[in-house]
Structure formats: structure tokens, C-alpha cells
Design a protein around this ligand. Structure first.
Ligand SMILES: Cc1cc2nc3c(=O)[nH]c(=O)nc-3n(C[C@H](O)[C@H](O)[C@H](O)COP(=O)(O)OP(=O)(O)OC[C@H]3O[C@@H](n4cnc5c(N)ncnc54)[C@H](O)[C@@H]3O)c2cc1C
Length: 427
């Protein structure tokens, strides 16, 4: 057995990692892999990054994986040559079509290839799949579609079909002593929004920054890992909520498959609420546009959106009408100032953040605003806060500027909900 220490960049192709090397405290100190010639090599490393995709070497070994009970789907997919493309300007876009038993994707690839898959209910699909086999199964699904069947009318099967089952999952932990998970090795969400590559690349950039931060400032190692996990979970939850909203908002099909997916009872209410708070009143991102602008959201969801948006508008109107010195601002319950790493411009840096249940990863604050927040005690009014805040500043111009900036910041914190109420303001 060869022993080695990983230094710099040293790519070893054809190596199959099969086991983490751990110490007596269960910290990961390296990996053992098997070379193509069968030789086993042990490599020590400061941090083992598990980027092994769905095979998820570490998460499986540590039993960290949790399957998602909502997206119990099964996919059968294959690669075709010669499929028709969408008319310009959408010829490079993904096409998704819903049909009675589920939905299909058609993803245009290079060399005139297309990936085509059918997603069906895991349980119902499994028995038909066993009966028909993957090829006949995929043919039958495609024959139930309109546009997809037409796009494949002259296409030739080049590879597959392949089958994947119940493959939406997350892990209980994503970072630990000597290890970090990224990409599909950490989590995978229903492929509806093609979020896999985005999540893999985003987590890879953050994981690299997290490891670098821990090496250059050891006090950053644990907190940066925690922030990495919070940010990755937040982005994952965002796509998960989008996918579940999309399933719930599809009114084009009446069938068992779509009915079952309109029942949103088992979704994570906390994640849904923070998703709605994050996107309500903001211009939708590309992914959200499809769901929020074209879908028909279930009433309770549209009510939540409307509630958050109207509360925001009301708060904006109150601020615009002017904040008077007699008003007493009160911070939202559980909002707290903390010093912790933030991920900004590709690296982790120490910052003061305002954390709240809606933003567990915290919103970074300047020292100026952090000092202002410290003055908000639910007792003093705005006039007293501004006076205390500018105490000792002699230049009247500086006092004026600081008061204006502070008043502005109070308004922003109020609209954002970090300042929960302004006592004295008539409702
Ligand atoms: C059919 C299908 C269609 C998809 N379409 C899209 C799409 O259109 N858009 C999109 O964004 N996402 C799509 N995805 C998801 C996307 O492919 C993944 O989310 C993404 O590739 C994850 O990247 P990753 O680097 O984490 O893992 P992977 O891309 O899976 O890479 C993991 C690598 O680790 C290697 N490896 C695994 N185990 C070991 C081991 N023990 N030792 C050494 N090496 C190992 C593997 O060989 C592989 O090279 C699709 C997935 C499937 C299955």
C-alpha cells in the first residue's frame, strides 16, 4: 500500500476513493483509494472534499442522507440524435411538458444530441417499469405527450434508457472535522429547474473559500463551515420550494399524479415562509418567473405572497410619510447582532450580521448600522436614539449627516422587518 500526502494540485485519474481515513475522534484525515491496477493508496489531507456526486461516499458512510418524501418520483431517460428543437430563439432552451402521468424534459445538447426523460410517480411507475422494461416504458410515456412526441418523431435512440429512483435528498450535516460535502454529494433537488449544476458550482466556490478561510485564519474554520452549510441549505430550499410551487400550480392536468403533488401539506413551512419573504416584492429571478408569473398558485400560497407584499408596501408608505422623533422602534423577536463570517466577493470575511429566523445566515451590517441597532432597545424613541448616536460629535454638518443616515437606516430596517414595530405610529 502506497502512502502519500496531498500537496498542491495533483490530479489522479482512474482512482476510486472507497473509504475515509478517520482518527480516534472520528475526524476525517484523508482517503483511501484504489488505482486502476488495484493498488490501494492512502492520502492524508487537511480537508477531504466529497464531490463524488450521487454516490456520496462520505454521506453514505456516515449515514447522513435524508430522502425527500415530497418528490417521490422516478425518472427514465435516454439520449437521442436528431430530435427537433424548439423554434428560435428557444432552440437551446430546455423544454418541459406535463402529461397525465407526470412530465418530460428535453434538453438540447451538442452534436445534435438531446437528453429526454420522463418523470413519473415512483410507486405507480415502478410496477409498470417492472412489467414493460425501461425502453418500452419510455416509449409509452413519450407517446402520451404532444410536443415531445413530435420533437422525437425522427430521432434515433443513442444511449439508454437509464432509470433513477427517489433521488431528491439532503444530508443532516454538510461540514465536519476535516470534511466538507458539495454538489450532489450533499443534496439533490427534483430536476425540474435544472438546478443541479448551479448548486454544484455554487457550493464548490463556497467550499473552496471556506477551506481557504480556515487555513488563513483558524478562528474562521468552524464558523465559516456553519455559514457554508446555512447558505447551501438556503439555496437548496429555494429550488425545492420553487419545484413544489410549480407542481402545486400546474392546472393543465387532472390526474392522480398532479393531484397528489398539489397537496402541499408535508412541505417545510419554515422554508416556505422564508422563501416567500425572500422573493415577495422583489423582481423574480429567471427560475421564479416561470412559476410566479405563469402558474396559478394555490390560494393559501398566493395569500401568503399577498400578505407579505402588502405588509411591505404598508411599511414603505409609513416610512415615506416621514418618521417622527416620538416613535419608539422595537427590534423583531429573535433578531440579534452577531459577529460571524459572511461570504462576499468570493471569500469568507468577518462581519457584524443581523440574524433573524427569516434570515438565519444573517444580513451583513456596516459598523455604523450595527452601532445604531445597539441603540434600539424598545424604550427610547427615535429622537433619543439619534441624540445618543451623535453624542460627542461637534461639527453640526457631521451631526446632520449622521442623523439623516441613521433615520434612513431605521426606515430600511423597518421595511425589511428587522425593526418589528414603531410604537406611537397609528396602525
Ligand atoms: C439524466 C440527468 C439529467 C440532468 N440534467 C441536468 C440539467 O439539465 N441541468 C442541471 O443543472 N443539472 C442536471 N442534472 C444534474 C447534474 O448532472 C448534477 O446535479 C451535477 O452534475 C452534480 O455535480 P457534482 O459535481 O456534484 O457530481 P457529478 O457531476 O456526478 O460528479 C461526480 C464525479 O465524482 C466521480 N466519483 C464518484 N464516486 C467516486 C469515487 N468513489 N471515487 C472517485 N471519483 C468518484 C464521478 O465519476 C464523477 O466524475 C441532471 C442529472 C441527470 C442524472
Amino acid at each position: 500500500m502506497e502512502n502519500a500526502r496531498a500537496t498542491g494540485v495533483d490530479i489522479r485519474e482512474g482512482a476510486n476513493a472507497f473509504e475515509a481515513i478517520t482518527d480516534q475522534d472520528h475526524a476525517v484525515r484523508g482517503v483511501r483509494y484504489r488505482r486502476e491496477d488495484g493498488e490501494v493508496v492512502a492520502v492524508e489531507a487537511g480537508t477531504v472534499v466529497d464531490a463524488s456526486g450521487q454516490s456520496a461516499l462520505l454521506a453514505r458512510a456516515m449515514n447522513l442522507r435524508t430522502w425527500d418524501t415530497f418528490f417521490q418520483n422516478l425518472a427514465v431517460y435516454a439520449y437521442y440524435r436528431g430530435a427537433k428543437r424548439l423554434p428560435s430563439p428557444d432552440e437551446t432552451n430546455i423544454f418541459i411538458e406535463s402529461y397525465e402521468q407526470g412530465w418530460t424534459w428535453t434538453i438540447p445538447l451538442k452534436d445534435d444530441l438531446a437528453s429526454v426523460g420522463a418523470i413519473v410517480d415512483s410507486e405507480a411507475g415502478q410496477s409498470i417499469l417492472t412489467e414493460l422494461g425501461p425502453s418500452e416504458f419510455l416509449k409509452r410515456q413519450i407517446s402520451q405527450t404532444v410536443r415531445t412526441a413530435d420533437m422525437l418523431s425522427n430521432a434515433e435512440l443513442m444511449d439508454g434508457p437509464h432509470v433513477i429512483r427517489d433521488w431528491s435528498y439532503t444530508t443532516n450535516r454538510m461540514v465536519g472535522d476535516g470534511w466538507i460535502l458539495l454538489g450532489d454529494a450533499a443534496c439533490f433537488v427534483d430536476p425540474l429547474f435544472s438546478s443541479g449544476v448551479h448548486l454544484a458550482l455554487m457550493s464548490a466556490v463556497m467550499a473552496a473559500a471556506c477551506i481557504h478561510a480556515g487555513k488563513t485564519d483558524p478562528t474562521m474554520r468552524v464558523p465559516a463551515g456553519m455559514v457554508y452549510e446555512q447558505l447551501y441549505r438556503k439555496e437548496y430550499a429555494h429550488f425545492r420550494e420553487l419545484a413544489s410551487l410549480f407542481y402545486a400550480s400546474n392546472r393543465t392536468e387532472e390526474s392522480y399524479y398532479w393531484q397528489a403533488r398539489r397537496l402541499l401539506g408535508d412541505t417545510d413551512v419554515g422554508a416556505r415562509e422564508s422563501f416567500i419573504r425572500a422573493v415577495a416584492g422583489q423582481p423574480p429571478r429567471g427560475y421564479e418567473r416561470a412559476v410566479l408569473s405563469r402558474g396559478e398558485l394555490p390560494f393559501d400560497i398566493s395569500d401568503m405572497f399577498a400578505g407579505v407584499e402588502s405588509d411591505k408596501r404598508l411599511r414603505e408608505a409609513r416610512v415615506e410619510s416621514g418618521l417622527t422623533p416620538d416613535l419608539v422602534p422595537r427590534m423583531a423577536d429573535e433578531a440579534r447582532l452577531e459577529r460571524r463570517p459572511i461570504f462576499a466577493e468570493g471569500e469568507f470575511q468577518w462581519s457584524i450580521v443581523l440574524a433573524s429566523p427569516a434570515r438565519p445566515e444573517g444580513a451583513p451590517l456596516s459598523n455604523f448600522v450595527a452601532a445604531l441597532v445597539n441603540q434600539v432597545d424598545g424604550q427610547r424613541n427615535i429622537g433619543q436614539i439619534l441624540a445618543a448616536f451623535t453624542e460627542g460629535v461637534e461639527d453640526p454638518e457631521q451631526v446632520k449627516q449622521a442623523r439623516e443616515m441613521a433615520l434612513n437606516a431605521i426606515g430600511i430596517l423597518y421595511v425589511d422587518g428587522a425593526i418589528d414595530g414603531l410604537k406611537g405610529l397609528s396602525d
